[in-house]
Design a protein around this ligand. Structure first.
Ligand SMILES: *[C@@H]1O[C@H](CO)[C@@H](O)[C@H](O)[C@H]1NC(C)=O
Ligand SMILES: *[C@@H]1O[C@H](CO)[C@@H](O)[C@H](O)[C@H]1NC(C)=O
Ligand SMILES: CC(=O)N[C@H]1CO[C@H](CO)[C@@H](O)[C@@H]1O
Ligand SMILES: [Mn+2]
Length: 275
């Protein structure tokens, strides 16, 4: 029986929480990219290629996205979720050769949150975006509180995050934990837009990740890989010894495409093949 996760009473102070408590009891080791540049794709492993936060610039980096079996994009592929941005992204991702392309929305995909209370958005994001914009993504698999099995590997996607004023925003604590409770056990690869607390989540000098997400990952779901973006300047890979955490942001804070995709290989489970 997996442990149940409860709200951390200090959830509103992620930076202090990490520095004073979690950094002492949890492991967060920076590691290199799981797959080195020249590594061939193996018949018995699923090659994942991870990106996030391309902010309307996917087309400009198509030439440097490496080959693989599965491409994942962890959100913020647009700046405002406007129809022309979505259609442009759909065209660009359609040019990539990966067998499966899996996409989640980020806080910038305005309108992708069904039933959103738009009055909570920042003024500059009011009246922007596309209601049910995800329906325009016909060249990829779109996940929102849902999963897909690719080559027997279960991939789950969720866009919720704690940044106020955008789509998919929820308060730290119970509101976000209720969303993480939707993640079933048995997920191999978890995609979120926000980082968990501690793992490549420093924004303007402060740890900004979600503690309830960290606890959900470490205590209950225990995926082999957790991929996210959102904190642009923290592209990189960490491990706690069991789960590998990837911040796959491509853009810098100034929205230049400074990083490359991060790849990993997931060994095929018994009875599955890529043929
Ligand atoms: C997405 O792009 C493909 C071509 O790559 C096109 O066939 C499809 O109609 C596009 N979807 C929309 C909604 O325009
Ligand atoms: C790392 O995460 C796994 C779940 O993925 C958990 O079982 C383990 O306890 C964590 N390790 C540490 C040192 O916190
Ligand atoms: C580019 C960047 O910010 N890399 C960081 C990735 O994460 C590790 C571990 O937190 C940091 O040491 C790197 O500076
Ligand atoms: Mn972003």
């Amino acid at each position: 029986m997996a442990a149940s996760v409860v709200v951390d009473p200090q959830t509103e102070q992620p930076d202090a929480l990490w520095r004073e408590k979690y950094s002492k009891e949890r492991v967060c080791d920076p590691i290199g990219h799981p797959v080195s540049w020249g590594e061939p794709i193996h018949a018995d492993k699923v090659r994942f290629v991870c990106i996030a936060d391309t902010h309307e610039k996917l087309e400009t980096i198509l030439g440097r996205i490496p080959e693989g079996d599965v491409l994942v994009h962890c959100g913020d592929f647009t700046n405002f979720g406007d129809r022309d941005e979505i259609l442009k992204f759909n065209e660009s991702i359609g040019k990539l050769p990966h067998r499966y392309k899996i996409v989640i929305a980020g806080n910038h995909e305005l309108g992708f949150e069904d039933g959103e209370d738009e009055s909570l958005r920042l003024p500059k994001y009011q009246n922007r975006g596309t209601s049910k914009g995800y329906e325009l993504l016909t060249n990829c698999i779109y996940l929102q509180d849902s999963y897909v099995d690719v080559f027997g590997v279960r991939v789950y996607g969720s866009s919720w995050h704690p940044m106020a004023g955008y789509s998919f925003s929820r308060k730290r604590g119970k509101e976000l934990l209720d969303k993480w409770k939707l993640i079933p056990e048995g997920v191999d690869v978890l995609l979120t837009h926000t980082p968990p607390l501690g793992h490549n989540d420093v924004y303007e000098g402060q740890h900004s990740g979600c503690v309830e997400l960290l606890n959900t990952v470490e205590k209950r779901v225990k995926p082999k890989f957790h991929i996210f973006g959102h904190v642009h300047e923290k592209n990189g890979v960490t491990s706690n010894g069991t789960t590998t955490f990837l911040n796959a942001s491509i853009c810098s804070h100034a929205l230049d495409c400074i990083n490359n995709a991060i790849r990993f290989d997931f060994p095929l489970k018994k009875g599955f093949s890529k043929a």
